[in-house]
Design a protein around this ligand. Structure first.
Ligand SMILES: [Fe+2]
Ligand SMILES: [Fe+2]
Length: 176
């Protein structure tokens, strides 16, 4: 086995966090879908797919490293949102939390002198920069538009069909 037993457990825990993020995005997407905001819904359904791909990327790494993949129980996501801004804010908070989790994993890999896991995690480090940056941008656009003018947000999302999302989906596909 190329990873320590504590690292194996920490990676399994992260698989759970990525699946939890995926479920949270499904809940946010469904909220927008039922509010008849199709571009916001599409954006978050795709985010949900992307988070699932992150979980699968970690599962594959654990197996490749000779570890044991154990999927933890996943907590129910928030599914009540008061406003559009509230839902978009929850998405940003989720990405900030995942960034801390990834940083903690990298810290553990550094302490264990585990270069294989450190190298694997660098993809996630770069991904979190993209994710937090686009979540912050979307939150600012929603705040600027206000609840009365969400069609501007829909137009923005239709014009920017997130090249980084399709790129990461391609990366994940290429690995499988
Ligand atoms: Fe993720
Ligand atoms: Fe993410």
């Amino acid at each position: 086995m190329l990873i320590s037993s504590p690292m194996n457990s920490a990676l399994n825990e992260q698989v759970g966090f990525e699946f939890a993020a995926s479920l949270q995005y499904v809940a946010i997407a469904a909220h927008f879908d039922s509010e008849s905001l199709p571009e916001l819904a599409r954006y978050y359904y795709r985010q949900a797919d992307e988070e699932r791909a992150h979980a699968m990327r970690i599962v594959k790494f654990v197996v490749d490293a000779g570890g044991r993949a154990q999927i933890p129980a996943i907590a129910a996501p928030h599914s009540q949102f008061t406003t559009t801004e509230d839902a978009v804010q929850k998405a940003l908070e989720g990405e900030m939390k995942v960034t801390q989790e990834i940083n903690a994993l990298v810290g553990q890999a550094v302490r264990e002198n585990d270069h294989i896991t450190q190298n694997f995690l660098q993809w996630f480090v770069a991904e979190q920069l993209e994710e937090v940056s686009s979540a912050e941008t979307l939150l600012r656009i929603v705040q600027r538009a206000g609840e009365q003018d969400l069609l501007h947000v829909e137009e923005y999302l239709a014009r920017h069909r997130h090249p980084h999302l399709s790129a990461t989906t391609r990366d994940a596909d290429a690995d499988s």
